[in-house]
Design a protein around this ligand. Structure first.
Ligand SMILES: Cc1cc2nc3c(=O)[nH]c(=O)nc-3n(C[C@H](O)[C@H](O)[C@H](O)COP(=O)(O)O)c2cc1C
Length: 356
């Protein structure tokens, strides 16, 4: 029996936050966090045939010279605007569970679904930054409870999005919904993603999520994680898709590309990347294999660096370990989205990684 080889979905890990490319002061274009740039990138990605756009949800920066991610566009409002100016591409929002009430998110999501005719998706994250939530007086729950709460949140979203009016109730330590409803409901329940990597996250994803967005330190580790998550999903009779985020940089020669990466790393913002890595490692044991240099490029993105051919081959390898999607982090998003369309996509098509 021949197994069908999946087509790789192409996404962008969008710069809705400042310094998205790298935790570094080295830059070749002005920061692209602003809406004008995000809109231009979204339109270029749609024209190139990209499948989805994905933001980061942050409420404060990580200090240092860059105040990494300190200036950002909120992701529900950001998605609403981008969905209004595009017509084919999917746009995700990223929602911190402890910050919003699930009924409000169900309503906003249903609205976005209608505005976009089914092109919106949600990445529900539990949150990990004490400084960020501390700014709002919200405590970070113990890890396991954080994911139990996220599970309750997703059950409420699904209930409100599918059950007949007034029939959905929910009672848990965090939420009480009494004969709740959300009209309009989405035409079809929007895809739900989670970006955790721990055991707690994997349980949740297997039972409740359509997408797992994950960091990866090597192709082998990605293969193991993807296989594990998909097997767990299948045990619940569900298909879970997996995506990871490469930092993609290419030049005419591999040496030139490496020299550019060396310039980015030489100017790394030690304070901001230290704060980021410390916060994430404290709250999640899953990042021990990452060094500060790895965190500099797209905050832990998988390095995909070399010539256009090297990049295409590496992306194919990512597909071959079972990933269904990639979220590109670029050095210069407007420039590189167009270059990617011209220089890399034809190679990926030739290799059978994208549909013709
Ligand atoms: C692709 C990707 C996107 C993420 N986006 C966010 C985000 O926008 N906001 C956030 O607080 N955490 C984000 N995270 C962090 C995860 O939600 C999670 O806290 C982290 O991966 C640790 O996993 P764990 O909670 O299972 O230990 C993201 C992680 C990945 C891999």
């Amino acid at each position: 029996m021949t197994q069908e080889v999946q087509r790789l979905q192409l996404g962008l890990f969008m710069p809705n936050c400042s310094n998205m490319s790298a935790i570094s002061t080295y830059r070749v274009v002005p920061d692209e966090w602003d809406y004008t740039s995000n809109k231009a990138i979204a339109l270029a990605a749609e024209a190139a045939g990209f499948d989805f756009l994905f933001p980061v949800s942050r409420w404060r920066g990580f200090g240092g010279e860059t105040d990494y991610l300190g200036t950002s566009l909120e992701t529900m409002t950001w998605a609403s605007a981008l969905l209004a100016v595009t017509s084919k591409i999917r746009v995700f929002s990223t929602v911190h569970v402890p910050v919003f009430h699930p009924l409000v998110v169900a309503k906003m999501g249903a609205s976005l679904d209608h505005i976009s005719q089914g092109r919106w998706g949600i990445n529900l994250v539990s949150g990990w930054s004490k400084e960020e939530f501390g700014m709002m007086g919200i405590d970070i729950l113990p890890h396991a409870e954080r994911y139990q709460r996220t599970r309750a949140f997703i059950e409420i979203l699904k209930g409100l999005w599918t059950e007949p009016r007034g029939t959905f109730s929910h009672e848990s330590s965090w939420y009480q919904i009494k004969q709740g409803y959300c009209l309009p409901q989405p035409a079809r329940p929007p895809p739900i993603a989670n970006a955790g990597i721990s055991e707690d996250a994997k349980h949740l994803i297997a039972e409740h999520c359509d997408w797992a967005f994950m960091s990866m330190s090597s192709l082998d580790s990605a293969r193991a994680t993807v296989t594990d998550i998909k097997r767990r999903g299948a045990a619940h009779g569900r298909t879970v898709r997996c995506a990871s985020f490469p930092f993609v940089l290419w030049r005419d020669s591999a040496d030139e590309a490496q020299a550019e990466v060396a310039r980015i790393i030489a100017a790394k913002d030690e304070v901001a990347s230290g704060n980021w890595l410390r916060g994430l490692s404290l709250e999640s044991g899953s990042f021990d294999q990452f060094t500060l240099d790895m965190f500099t490029l797209g905050a832990g993105a998988f390095p995909v660096i070399g010539t256009a051919e090297d990049v295409a081959l590496k992306l194919k390898e990512m597909r071959d370990v079972g990933l269904d999607g990639v979220l590109m982090v670029y050095q210069a998003y407007q420039r590189d989205t167009r270059r990617f369309q011209k220089e890399i996509m034809p190679l990926l098509r030739e290799m059978g990684v994208l549909s013709p």
